[in-house]
Design a protein around this ligand. Structure first.
Ligand SMILES: [Fe+2]
Length: 231
């Protein structure tokens, strides 16, 4: 039996409107054939209130919202298909294994975008008396040192995410580099501030000038939303 390993583009193509047809030489499962579309596990959220945000064009944001909606759609498809395969006793197949691997990508692609959009749209700076600001000073020496580290992480070459995580065991703050969506998240940690540094997040407006995009991001952080994620 041939094992199928899909790259991102191939998966998105295969899982398009026609429904997922990922099984080679074995019974096909089409999401559209299950008749259960109404039982979607997740619904894409509306972030259109961000349109008009300084430093982010409407075109860029609308493209980004569409991309996010694709992750929600594919997460729902995988929930459905994997559930169906479990019922049908197909868990020992390479197709099941590949879709299981894929689930981390699609789910995190959905959730990380939600965190990202929800920590945008703010106008006020970080309250220096907030628990988050105090923790930044405790762990990094100052807010400025934290910001320098976060921006440096966001400026690294490559695509992915920069995430301020709080270690939920020790309480300490770290700025993490996340490759893709599904690799290198610290186990059990709490995401506080999310910056998308995939090219789609900035190239329409900034080309290769990622640092300018990061500056625009900082001008629009919703610090209240980020602070509320502290535990
Ligand atoms: Fe994105």
């Amino acid at each position: 039996m041939r094992i199928l390993i899909f790259n991102r583009r191939q998966f998105l193509t295969l899982s398009g409107i026609a429904g997922i047809t990922v099984l080679a030489g074995s019974p096909k499962i089409s999401f559209s054939q299950t008749g259960k579309e109404e039982k979607m596990a997740y619904t894409a959220k509306d972030y259109s209130k961000l349109i008009g945000m300084a430093g982010f064009s409407e075109t860029l944001l609308k493209n980004h919202f569409t991309l996010y909606q694709g992750y929600v759609t594919n997460t729902n498809k995988l929930v459905e298909i994997l559930g169906q395969m479990l019922k049908e006793g197909k868990t020992g197949t390479p197709e099941y294994a590949e879709l299981k691997r894929r689930f981390g990508w699609e789910f995190n692609g959905m959730r990380l975008h939600e965190y990202y959009f929800e920590n945008l749209g703010g106008k006020a700076g970080l309250d220096k008396d907030s628990a988050l600001a105090k923790k930044m000073t405790e762990d990094f020496g100052s807010y400025e040192a934290w910001e320098k580290d976060f921006k440096a992480t966001g400026s690294m070459r490559g695509i992915g995410w920069t995430v301020l995580y709080q270690d939920s065991v020790a309480g300490k703050l770290y700025n993490f580099w996340i490759n893709e969506h599904d690799v290198s998240h610290p186990a059990g940690c709490n995401p506080i501030l999310i910056l998308d540094v995939f090219e789609h997040a900035f190239m329409i407006d900034y080309g290769l000038k990622r640092a300018d995009y990061v500056e625009a991001f900082f001008k629009n952080i919703d610090w209240k939303a980020a602070s509320a994620r502290m535990k």
